[in-house]
Design a protein around this ligand. Structure first.
Ligand SMILES: Nc1ncnc2c1ncn2[C@@H]1O[C@H](COP(=O)(O)OP(=O)(O)OP(=O)(O)O)[C@@H](O)[C@H]1O
Ligand code: SF4
Ligand SMILES: [Mg+2]
Length: 394
């Protein structure tokens, strides 16, 4: 399997009044094509920041200090470094090639627009060429229809409309249709594009299993339940068939039954669309249900990466073991992880986990353990597991 995304030495800092927060520290991460990679760890370990860095959405006082994020847009093309491209290029990639679903669906939806309008807007923005072609096809079919009196009277208008769309098809993202569209008669001519986007939005809502999607398309976010809102957000995220979907705790605010339905939906959509997913969660049970591989994060870097079955059957890193022991199991007392996550303004030296680790040895306090591949596909950063350092640069 080829890599879709290769992150190397990603370092993110926040320059606050209290000091410099080292939020991500030389993070290395690879995500393969068509896999679901889970990022797990306690609160504040840097999961969301990893996702925001990929989309270049870290805002001040945060800053991406160094590193590279190589993204394979198309199998045939050279990967591009998302941290090195211009603002316009990254904006074109956001939403079309890489989409993100956030934890709180209500924060991703605009309360003053209907669900249908919001999904259509994404389609209008990113799938213009397809929409214009559909509009031309529809008008051509109408022109070829029966020569009834209504058709004969409407045909000159349709011919004008088709030639307008043929012109737009040469450069679907040019600004002039939007400017000309402000003139009332032209607005009527360009309405077909919006109608086509609405139709596609409704079929997208059907695809995420929203019942009675025509009616839901006309509703506002506050009229939907949490589960339905999250389905609408998923529809928006998938409206442009991205090759990479980031889901940041998408089920945390939902009750357990709805959570299972959303997980099942994501699993189905991912396999149908052959896309890759970065699934962020602090719930190891959820990660086990949906992920192919898992990366365990602690204080801004990864400490263990393995295939899901391997990680659960044979966890190696003391932090992974502690996380798994803390998962509640029927008939067993969960073992809370001793100590607390370190203060990001004052991180411990050496291995960031050493103040909480029962297996810490002398060198743990001084040296950051490098990540290495201990067994095929099983990577670990811990001084108690020696090995060669690995990882290729992108
Ligand atoms: N705006 C900010 N200002 C200062 N520090 C920040 C800011 N945003 C994030 N951080 C730092 O980055 C760390 C990682 O944040 P991040 O949101 O990625 O954590 P997370 O793993 O997603 O946690 P959670 O599970 O709670 O969502 C935080 O602990 C915090 O120290
Ligand atoms: S490097 Fe040392 S402190 Fe860190 S997890 Fe391994 S044994 Fe524990
Ligand atoms: Mg988060």
């Amino acid at each position: 399997m080829n890599e879709l995304l290769i992150i190397r030495n990603l370092t993110v800092k926040f320059y606050t009044y209290d000091g410099v927060v080292q939020a991500l520290d030389n993070l290395d991460l690879d995500i393969k094509q068509e896999e679901t990679f889970g990022l797990v760890g306690e609160t504040g370990c840097g999961k969301t920041l990893t996702a925001l860095s990929i989309l270049r959405l870290i805002s001040p006082p945060g800053r991406i200090e160094s590193g590279s994020i190589c993204f394979n847009i198309d199998d045939g093309d050279e990967p591009i470094d998302l941290l090195a491209i211009g603002e316009e290029e990254i904006r074109a990639i956001r939403g079309s090639k890489i989409s993100m679903i956030f934890q709180e669906p209500s924060s991703a939806l605009n309360p003053v627009y209907t669900i249908g309008d919001q999904v259509s807007e994404v389609i209008l923005l990113h799938r213009r060429q397809e929409l214009v072609n559909k509009a031309i096809e529809t008008i051509t079919a109408l022109l070829a229809g029966r020569n009834s009196l209504v058709n004969i009277l409407a045909n000159p208008m349709r011919l004008a409309e088709r030639s307008l769309y043929q012109k737009i098809a040469q450069n679907p993202h040019s600004l002039w249709p939007r400017i000309v569209g402000r003139i009332p008669i032209m607005r009527r001519l360009l309405q077909r594009l919006k109608d086509e986007a609405k139709k596609m939005a409704i079929s997208m809502l059907k695809e995420v299993e929203i019942p009675d999607s025509e009616r839901v398309a006309q509703q506002y976010p506050h009229q939907l339940s949490g589960g339905m809102e999250q389905r609408a957000v998923i529809a928006m995220a998938l409206a442009c068939s991205p090759s990479f979907l980031i889901a940041d705790e998408p089920t945390t605010s939902l009750d357990v039954t709805i959570q299972d339905q959303i997980l099942e939906l994501l699993r189905r959509l991912k396999s149908e669309r052959e896309s890759s997913v970065l699934y962020i969660t602090h719930d190891l049970g959820v990660a086990a249900q949906i992920c192919d591989r898992i990366g365990v994060m602690y204080a801004g870097s990864l400490c263990e990466i393995a295939r899901v079955d391997d990680l659960y059957a044979n966890p190696l890193h003391p932090y992974t073991k502690a996380l798994l022991a803390a998962v509640p199991k029927p008939g067993e007392e969960p073992h809370a992880i001793g100590g607390t996550v370190p203060d990001p303004l004052n991180l411990p030296s050496g291995c960031r986990f050493h103040p909480r680790c029962s297996r810490a040895i002398g060198m743990c306090r001084e040296h950051v353990p490098p990540m290495h591949e201990l067994a095929s596909g099983h990577f670990i950063a811990c001084h108690n597991y020696q090995g060669e350092t690995g990882g290729s640069s992108c």
